[in-house]
Design a protein around this ligand. Structure first.
Ligand SMILES: [Mn+2]
Length: 351
């Protein structure tokens, strides 16, 4: 047999080696938190996720540029106790966009805030734009996230927590709710917290991107997403252009934080002004051109749909009605994940 016959085999062995190494790096970072899930379980779930494989295959696929299917203006509304919120996903015009249940741009100043409340069945992702927020939960997990920091919280089977502004400054940020697939709804709660300085970012030709989840310009986020998710924070200088891969089959949207730009291909491009949500049509890339007079900042969020029934009752999101009743009963009777609920109060509530 000829020597060259072994070359393809060696190639695949190398690929496997690199892939395994990458998986281990991600898992180590995920498990930094003490409240963490069983490592083997995380690894198993991770290996089922096709996220990274899909990204690479896309390069070989034919490019299909996504057009903007729907544009919704998100007006500021009162969320009680002085919190001001612009609801992107989760409002009356965009009930949900599988796997996303909600995206809020919040502006909260003391004494307003979000005192003790439960969650079950999904993840809450808090990303601070400016100011600080204090977080405290019923398992003793607490901390402050500051401007640019990220907290990716998997509520799983149950979290009771409070989220309050810290200091006198206005707390300005985004909160995204990512639904969990049926198989993950009752997992043990987990946290992934990244300081601003630890979130990977890159700049190229007037485009700066912070990679909160997924991949952009060949740079990957260390955040592990049970539901394959992409979350990118773009700042585009005047005159800059961008083509970003958004995996085929994923649902995606853009939420414009400030400035404006044109989204979509060529003459099909549509204007995306600040505080508007742009829902992406099918395809595998998104083209953006900033031909405005200033800088445009927006987040691009996309995820693999679960394609499962969604039954939501406030902070509980399950697949069936009876599971909602169970969640309410579990919370009230402090069981099945809500064990500490009856004896816990946050320091904000206790005063
Ligand atoms: Mn919450």
């Amino acid at each position: 047999m000829k020597v060259w016959w072994y070359f393809p085999q060696l190639f695949w062995i190398c690929i496997l080696g690199v892939w395994t190494g990458f998986c281990e790096t991600v898992i180590e970072q995920v498990c930094d938190s003490e409240n963490c899930e069983d490592l083997d379980q995380v690894l198993e779930t991770y290996s089922e996720s096709k996220t990274i494989v899909e990204y690479h295959w896309l390069v070989k696929d034919k490019t299909m540029s996504r057009v903007i299917e729907k544009i919704v203006e998100n007006r500021e509304q009162d969320e009680g106790m002085g919190a001001r919120v612009r609801r992107s996903i989760g409002g009356s015009q965009l009930r949900n966009l599988d796997p996303f249940l909600l995206l809020d741009e919040f502006k909260v100043k003391k004494p307003a805030g979000f005192p003790d409340h439960p969650h079950r069945g999904f993840e809450t992702v808090t990303y601070m734009i400016s100011g600080s927020f204090r977080h405290e939960d019923f398992c003793g997990h607490k901390g402050v996230i500051n401007s640019g920091d990220l907290q990716w919280m998997t509520a799983g089977r149950g979290i009771l927590h409070c989220e309050m502004p810290e200091g006198e400054e206005l707390g300005h940020g985004l909160q995204l709710w990512v639904n969990l697939a049926k198989k993950d709804k009752m997992v043990k709660p987990a946290y992934q917290e990244l300081l601003d300085k630890d979130i990977p970012r890159t700049t190229s030709d007037g485009v700066t991107v912070k990679i909160i989840a997924g991949e952009s310009f060949g740079v990957k986020s260390p955040v592990y997403t049970r539901t394959p998710t992409m979350y990118l924070d773009f700042t585009m200088e005047k005159g800059s252009t961008l083509t970003q891969v958004v995996p085929d089959g994923w649902n995606g949207f853009v939420y414009v934080l400030s400035g404006s730009a044109m989204f979509g291909p060529g003459d099909k491009a549509k204007l995306g002004p600040a505080h508007h949500t742009l829902v992406l049509g099918p395809g595998n890339t998104l083209e953006v051109k900033n031909n405005s007079d200033g800088v445009c900042r927006f987040v691009l969020i996309a995820g693999k749909p679960n394609n499962e029934p969604i039954v939501q009752y406030g902070p509980f999101v399950m697949n069936e009605q009876h599971e909602i009743q169970e969640a309410i009963n579990d919370y009230r009777s402090a069981r099945n994940g809500f064990e500490n609920a009856s004896k816990w109060q946050s320091s904000a509530v206790k005063g």
